[in-house]
Design a protein around this ligand. Structure first.
Ligand code: NAP
Ligand code: ZN
Ligand code: ZN
Length: 374
């Protein structure tokens, strides 16, 4: 018979998890694997891992909209309990015997991935986020068959390949969201050539991902237009985030004025929304990159793609090498998230507020100071 989450592994752990599609999170006790044991010790204890593992005490963890999608099983792939969190910053407390990159006391990050096959073409090319056998930080089965649990918890254990070195001058709390929102926006800006000075980049949806997209695009020297449904965000976008233009995407007149003006659009919207108006503001050969993952499929007419030879594509987080590059770039250029730091018992209210787009612009949980041992 399968062991319960509390007894699968030898080390006690605790956090906040959702048990069903209500998505409501509540205190949860479980267990995590050893990081110290070598393979012989590990096999004696019937453990499959350990020597390349890093254990970290979680300090901060961002709340990504994907955490909500997962907690409520909106993508129909959740295995409960879902203990979310993939924007994790912590301090190393133990390392396995074969760990080379980290030592106890290092500040580190863990993002969306904790495992891959390690042998496919994507893995070989540092594109781990496209590995067909990727293991997400929470809600997925690990190599040993146990469920992965994320960063809304006292500590984490991850193979060192999936652990990021934290740049010295990057803040821990407002830097945490870079581990998902940061790499998810940095990677497509780079890959689709929107990282050149003068490029005209549109960002749709000014939320957690969107506001970081604006900051990276500006750091690359692009001319940035925010397309938002919230006219109240105009001043913040132009003054606070230094966007060059702001369009209320629901206003046909404002959209009309922007016809054929953008080289590329980064679409971060979490819910179903009209796509045709976005295609109309792209230049010839312009690219619309989907990052947001609404529940329902999108509808696009072939005609609006033909007229202007437009490209519709998507992008999923980024590989580990590029994530490290992004963190170093962010530290150098002062890119962090605008955050609201919250205690963990505020998490359900925070999620409700994310759903209403009522956050400027990312909630980060102060895990170490507010998560109490059961
Ligand atoms: P978020 O903070 O909630 O931001 C989403 C923004 O979308 C909102 O601030 C809002 O911006 C806009 N929006 C929300 N509902 C809308 C609606 N009904 N119609 C039009 N616009 C709406 O979410 P996030 O954390 O940035 O995540 C955004 C999406 O990206 C989620 O679906 C998430 O799962 C996905 N994601 C994907 C990846 C990936 O690898 N591709 C990685 C992380 C997250 P305005 O108020 O400005 O309109
Ligand atoms: Zn995320
Ligand atoms: Zn692979």
């Amino acid at each position: 018979m399968a062991k319960s989450p509390e007894y699968e592994h030898p080390i006690k752990a605790y956090g906040y998890a959702a048990r069903d599609t209500s998505g409501v999170l509540s205190p949860f006790t479980f267990s995590r694997r050893y990081a110290l044991c070598d393979l012989i010790f590990g096999s004696l204890l019937n453990m499959s891992t350990g020597d390349k593992d890093v254990r970290l005490k979680v300090l901060y963890c961002g709340i990504c909209h994907s955490d909500l999608h997962f907690a409520k099983n909106e993508w129909r792939m959740s295995t409960y309990p879902i203990l979310p969190g993939h924007e994790i910053v912590g301090v190393v407390t133990e390392v396995g015997s074969k760990v080379e990159k980290f030592k106890v006391g290092d500040t580190v990050g863990v993002g969306c991935l904790v495992g891959t096959c390690g042998s496919c073409e994507c893995c070989a090319n540092d594109l781990e986020s496209y590995c067909p056998k990727q293991i997400l930080t929470y809600g997925f089965l690990y190599h040993d068959g146990t469920l992965t649990y994320g960063g809304y918890s006292d500590h984490m254990v991850a193979d060192e390949h999936f652990v990021l070195r934290w740049p010295e001058n990057l803040p821990l709390d407002s830097g945490a969201p870079l581990l998902c929102a940061g790499i998810t926006t940095y990677s497509p800006l780079r890959h689709f050539g929107l990282d050149k000075p003068g490029m005209k980049v549109g960002v749709v949806g000014l939320g957690g991902l969107g506001h970081v997209a604006v900051k990276f695009a500006k750091a690359f020297g692009a001319e940035v237009t925010v397309l938002s449904t919230s006219s109240a965000k105009k001043q913040e976008a132009l003054q606070g985030l230094k966007a060059d233009h702001f369009i209320v995407s629901k206003d046909p007149e404002q959209m009309q004025r922007a016809t054929s003006s953008l080289d590329g659009i980064i679409d971060t919207v979490s819910a179903s929304h009209p796509i045709e108006p976005l295609l109309s503001v792209l230049k010839q050969d312009g690219k619309l990159v989907f990052l947001g993952v609404p529940e329902k499929p999108v509808e696009i007419s072939a005609y609006s793609l033909m007229m202007g030879r437009k490209i519709v594509t998507g992008s999923a987080t980024g590989g580990l090498k590029e994530t490290q590059e992004m963190l170093d770039f962010a530290a150098k250029h002062g890119v962090t998230a605008d955050i609201e730091l919250i205690p963990i018992d505020y998490v359900n209210t925070a999620m409700d507020r994310v759903l209403k787009s009522d956050v400027r612009y990312r909630f980060v949980i102060d895990v170490a100071n507010t998560l109490k041992a059961p």
